[in-house]
Structure formats: C-alpha cells, structure tokens
Write a protein that binds this ligand. Sequence first.
Ligand SMILES: Nc1ncnc2c1ncn2[C@@H]1O[C@H](COP(=O)(O)OP(=O)(O)OP(=O)(O)O)[C@@H](O)[C@H]1O
Length: 249
Amino acid sequence: MPAVIEARDIVCRRGAENVLEEVSFSVPAGAYVGIVGPNGSGKSTLVKALLGLVPRAAGSISLFDTPLEQFRQWQLVGYLPQNLGPLTPSFPATVTEVVRLGLLAGKGFPRRMQQQDHRRVEEVLGLLGIAHLGKRLIGELSGGQQQRALLARALVASPRLLILDEPTAALDPEIREQFYALVGDMNRTTNTTVLLVTHDIGVIGTHASRMLYLDKTVLFWGGFDEFCYSPEMTAFFGEHAQHLICHRH
Ligand SMILES: Nc1ncnc2c1ncn2[C@@H]1O[C@H](COP(=O)(O)OP(=O)(O)OP(=O)(O)O)[C@@H](O)[C@H]1O
C-alpha cells in the first residue's frame, strides 16, 4: 500500500532544545491516525514539520511518495492549524471568500472559479451549517463560527490528506459531533487519510484506526486495538479512560 506520509528520523529544534527526536512513522492511505501526547510533547511541531512549516534539523519526510522539498500538490492536503486565534472584525474577507481560498491551490493561472467551484463552496458551507453566513465578514463571527469556516476551507478541495490540530476546541458539542461525523465519513467513503491531534479521548475511541503516542519521540505507533491494551495507553490515559476508550463498540 502506498504511504501518504513517510517520516524518517525527524529531529526538530526550538532554540537549543530538541522538541522532536528521531521520529519515524509511515501512514498508509486511508488511515485515521490519532496523535496524542502530553502538553508540549511536540504534536503541533510534528504536523507543522510534515507540512514544511517548521524546519527540520535532521531526517526526511515524503508526502504521497514525493520528498517534501519537491512536493507541490498542496491541493491534496487540507490543514486546520491549532489556535489560529480570533480574526479581527476588520479582516477584509467574507466567509465564502475564505472558503474559496481552499480551492485555489489546485488551480493553475489564471485562477478562475468555475461554476462547479461555486457549487462546491456552497455545498461545504451547507455541510458545516454555515451557508447562511457566507456573505458575512469572517472577523465579525463568533470563535466557533470562524472555526467552522476554516474547517470548510480545509475540506473544500476534497483533500486526500486531512491534518487537523485540535480542530474542535471552539465548537459546541452538537457541532463537534457533526464535524467528526463528516470527517469520519470522508475517511470511510473516499479513503481520505486523516491525521488528528487531539486530547479528546472520546473522538479517538470512536474514530482512530491507528495511534501515534508522542513525547518528543514516538512512544507508541500502531493499530488502535493494540494501543488500547498497551502499557503506554494505561500510563497516558489512566485505567478509567482506558476502559471508556477501549469499549467503543
Ligand atoms: N514558536 C515556538 N517557539 C519556541 N518554542 C516553541 C514554539 N512552539 C512550540 N515550542 C516549544 O516546542 C515544544 C513542543 O510544542 P508543541 O506545540 O509542538 O507541543 P504540543 O504537543 O502540540 O502541545 P499542546 O498539547 O500543549 O498543544 C514545547 O516545549 C514548546 O514550548
């Protein structure tokens, strides 16, 4: 099976400190990977390194069998960063305009929107329950509404790899459920590979097929079921949470 992500011996530094050490793993197409680990264990740094947003001190990364340095097909990748923070009310773009940006990476010049692109934007706004907000300036919306618009932007180009870093922190429980149902559906029906950084154990238990437990280096990498009964799992989540997560079916 082709690997969507191949990471070999990645080292990342922040100042003089190594925040990732010798991180290696390979994600097959269609996997739903839950990335967990304590605060400051390097999860966000890892996803940013995979996207080339922070430099590596050592190691190699390939996306879709292409070394990161040569990778140009960014329309295949949807990314929702952690903590974008609220946008100021004067941010000069409507929700629809922000979501459209998600389609532009896949277009050559001139970057014109086609009729089907407009339909796709409408469709994704509808899926995330924000169709009625399309014409509003994004900076005037609540944190949760802004987050949904940014999710729509990450989803609109139907990416083959979706990287979500604590995506639902600002969402209320009902919308959060809908969001994970949508991502789970993309994973199952279109084989979209998902990488999800989260502290939300319920979500991990429901959706993840593989686990990456990180604390500067990879402490566990493997199938969810194997993780479920591992000492690493008990050490990180405790026995009570382990019981809740592992009895998901
Ligand atoms: N922009 C930055 N400049 C300097 N150090 C940073 C920066 N971002 C992160 N770090 C440091 O890198 C380490 C890993 O941080 P990172 O955000 O990757 O962890 P995390 O596992 O995602 O944490 P959390 O669960 O709290 O979101 C931490 O020690 C953090 O202080």
